[in-house]
Ligand binder design. Structure first.
Ligand code: PEP
Ligand code: MG
Length: 324
């Protein structure tokens, strides 16, 4: 099977009926790019920049960050790279920020909430990204957006830093797409409004599932409620994709679900444009997608969205798409 997969490293990801989807990879460091290319990744769909900030005792400087972002962009040789701005908090702590302990860290002061408040940290990262932008195909997205106002504020800060750099003669790309993660239910529900203002969505199902089902993604005792195929989740995903397409934008997914064998036919049918997963999942996913017909996947969309339980969805998908 490994040999079969290897043949697909340099192939595009096309369904039996000729529809292309993009298979991208999630990375945490510039060194991960090697594995992305070896596994035939067409893009980086999520660069988790937290790792630059973790395992040390002070914030990374602008230049340190610039070097890392430039390295990823250069190594990807012009292929798209979606960089997520700092998503600290929840399960990822930065002891040197001395943030007060919270009762509910997953519902607390984290990610974009922290960045909009501690703007020095945010602006430093944005400058590093903007300076690196001329070395490749950079797209920037904000994590944990809950409201349209937060997105507007984050985007305004980004554009402000860009103007300052340009005024100082720094070269900055003029084609950076600005998007957001959809991982809080409020943004999925309001996707039609967000779609007018973003360039793209990336659905973060790891968090979207935990917040929609109110089931901590780290808590074994409630893991039975952590249901990627629950119709509630599928309906939200469908709303997000439809809202994006209505405004001529693209929708990707960077949660674990994007590389999941049972989810893939469903996501294809819902119209997902970009699937971002761990690098080692790319070739198996490409193999699977080449055997699928988008038209067939689309034809079961309404039926699946009208189902009532996870079990019903799973049983139907396995049977329809011959998954054992
Ligand atoms: C997600 O929430 O789905 C996601 C991709 O982000 P993280 O797993 O880093 O929270
Ligand atoms: Mg997340």
């Amino acid at each position: 099977q490994k040999a079969e997969w290897a043949k697909l490293v340099n192939e595009p990801t096309v369904t039996k009926d000729g529809q292309h989807v993009e298979l991208a990879a999630n990375i945490g460091t510039p060194d991960d790019v090697k594995g992305v290319l070896e596994n035939g990744g067409e893009a980086v769909g999520l660069y988790r920049t937290e790792f630059l900030y973790m395992g040390r005792d002070q914030l990374p400087t602008e230049d340190e960050q610039f070097d890392a972002y430039k390295a990823v962009l250069e190594r990807m040789e012009g292929k798209p790279v979606v960089v997520r701005t700092l998503d600290i908090g929840g399960d990822k702590e930065l002891p040197y920020l001395n943030l007060p302990k919270e009762m509910n860290p997953f519902l607390g002061f984290r990610a974009i909430r922290l960045c909009l408040e501690e703007q020095d940290i945010f602006r430093t990262q944005l400058r590093a990204l903007l300076r690196a932008s001329s070395y490749g195909n950079l797209k920037i997205m904000f994590p944990m957006i809950a409201t349209v106002s937060e997105f507007r504020e984050a985007k305004a800060i980004l554009l402000e830093e860009k103007e300052k750099l340009v005024a100082n003669g720094v070269q900055v790309s003029n084609s950076i797409e600005i998007g957001m993660m959809v991982e809080i239910p409020s943004t999925a529900v309001m996707a039609d409004q967000f779609a007018k203002e973003v360039d793209f969505f990336s659905i973060g199902t790891n968090d979207l599932i935990q917040y929609t089902m109110a089931a901590d993604r780290m808590n074994e005792r409630v893991s039975y409620l952590y249901q990627p195929y629950n119709p509630a989740i599928l309906r939200l995903i469908s709303m997000v994709i439809d809202a994006a397409h209505k405004e001529g934008k693209w929708a990707g997914m960077c949660g674990e679900m994007a590389g999941d064998q049972i989810a893939i036919p469903l996501l294809l049918g819902l119209g997902l444009d970009e699937f971002s997963m761990s690098a080692t999942s790319i070739l198996p996913a490409r193999t699977q997608i080449k055997e699928l017909s988008k038209e067939q996947a689309q034809s079961v969309k309404e039926k699946v969205l009208a189902m009532s339980t996870t079990e019903e969805v799973v049983e139907f998908v396995k049977e329809t798409f011959h998954i054992s």
